[in-house]
Design a binder for this molecule. Structure first.
Ligand code: SF4
Length: 400
């Protein structure tokens, strides 16, 4: 009896502790507070904050829906989204992998039409574009979320979150164009997150931008499906494609993407005559193998031609790759040398402020055509006719 009396408080303490630990673990589970998940997820999401920001958008997403383009109705109220390479089959009440396209009773809606998480004025060079109106400003627009899961993403706090968890403001296409004009931008660019996932809004902005004399840019992971891509290209002036490497396995494992769809997009952009530039973020141990960089450069030369600018940029540790070092400058210089050796004419190095190869050089004479320090243009010697003053060689791009 004495034994039982002594052990009872201990027993109670154990039970209460176990219940508390269970409760805490339940709350800490990353998915515990998430809204209903799509059937497919490529990698785990970062933990969501327990509380939503104080200044949430004034509207509710439940009321926010703009019917999507490019989907197919299916049996049982399912839909197939045909906007990007993932072709999500989405049951009623669920969302696609991009978290922003929702099936409501057999019709697909975008939740981020005009719901902008970023409206930023920046140098056009900052968005990876060097041969179109150098030194001018762009208005960069972005929404929440993404269809990729890049482990190095610097913008993960908006790209890897649900729209409900990201501060955003509602805009109309005309308001975006007016903002660009008011702030002196010559170009509007969909960037930061993947603009494919706010396709409908970008598509509407593009037509008004053209009417207002602005240029329209698309900075993309290039995993968009062919039909929407061709439709969008009719309204675009230029595109920057992130070619994140040349190995299909790395593409899948590190970015949640598909190399084949990216290569197809690159060919289509070229075929449609939209000005194209390519960035390649070189990440140590992930995609810094020089054989791959050579193979990538040879593919660019063969399918896109020697005059598509190629920018190697330096990786800075972020998100899930904080254990990796910054890219050594010697690696970037090696990549630059290989691309030039293969025959790519306009190759630069980015994210290394003050490096000689921030600048663009005449491929014939080696004279400096555009002197850049980081994103700032110091001078531009390309003639008004779009040629090199050193050799008379045409320098492709959009100079006026
Ligand atoms: S845009 Fe891509 S990720 Fe989003 S629902 Fe459509 S197919 Fe899926």
């Amino acid at each position: 009896m004495r034994k039982i009396l002594l052990s009872r408080p201990i027993l109670v303490t154990i039970i209460v502790s176990a219940a508390l630990i269970g409760l805490i673990l339940g709350f800490l589970r990353p998915d515990a507070a998430l809204p209903e998940q799509p059937a497919l997820r490529l990698v785990d999401l970062p933990e969501r904050p327990a509380l939503r920001p104080a200044d949430l958008p004034e509207h509710e997403l439940a009321d926010h829906g703009h019917e999507a383009m490019f989907f197919q109705e299916m049996a049982d109220n399912k839909v197939e989204c045909q906007l990007c390479f993932l072709n999500c089959i989405i049951p009623d009440g669920h969302r696609g992998i991009c978290r922003v396209r929702e099936n409501r009773e057999g019709r697909l809606y975008t939740l981020v039409y005009g719901l902008l998480a970023s409206t930023m004025i920046a140098e056009i060079e900052k968005d990876g574009m060097q041969h179109a109106l150098p030194g001018t400003k762009v208005l960069a627009i972005a929404t929440a979320s993404c269809n990729f899961r890049c482990k190095q993403c610097h913008n993960w706090h908006i790209t890897q979150r649900y729209p409900e968890d990201v501060r955003a403001r509602q805009f109309t296409p005309q308001e975006v164009v007016d903002l660009a004009l008011r702030r002196g931008a010559r170009t509007i660019t969909g960037t930061i997150n993947e603009p494919t996932i706010f396709f409908e809004f970008l598509y509407d902005v593009a037509i008004l931008a053209r009417e207002a004399g602005l240029r329209m840019q698309f900075h993309t992971n290039a995993a968009i499906a062919e039909e929407p891509l061709r439709a969008l290209l009719q309204r675009l002036d230029q595109a920057v494609v992130d070619l994140k490497g040349f190995c299909p396995i790395v593409y899948r494992e590190y970015y949640g993407g598909c190399l084949d769809s990216v290569l197809r997009t690159l060919k289509i952009i070229r075929e449609e005559g939209v000005w194209l530039e390519i960035t390649n973020l070189v990440i140590p141990t992930v995609n810094d193998c020089m054989d791959q960089i050579r193979a990538m450069s040879e593919w660019i030369l063969e399918y896109l031609g020697p005059d598509v600018p190629l920018h190697f940029t330096r990786f800075v540790p972020a998100f899930r790759l904080t254990h990796l070092p910054r890219t050594p400058i010697s690696t970037l210089e090696q990549a630059h040398a290989i691309a030039r050796e293969v025959g790519i004419n306009f190759v630069t190095i980015g994210n290394v402020a003050g490096h000689r190869y921030n600048s663009t050089f005449c491929p014939c004479t080696g004279g400096r055509l555009i002197h850049r320090i980081h994103f700032a243009v110091m001078y531009n010697r390309i003639t008004p006719e779009g040629t090199s003053p050193f050799s008379g060689r045409p320098v492709p791009g959009r100079w006026e």
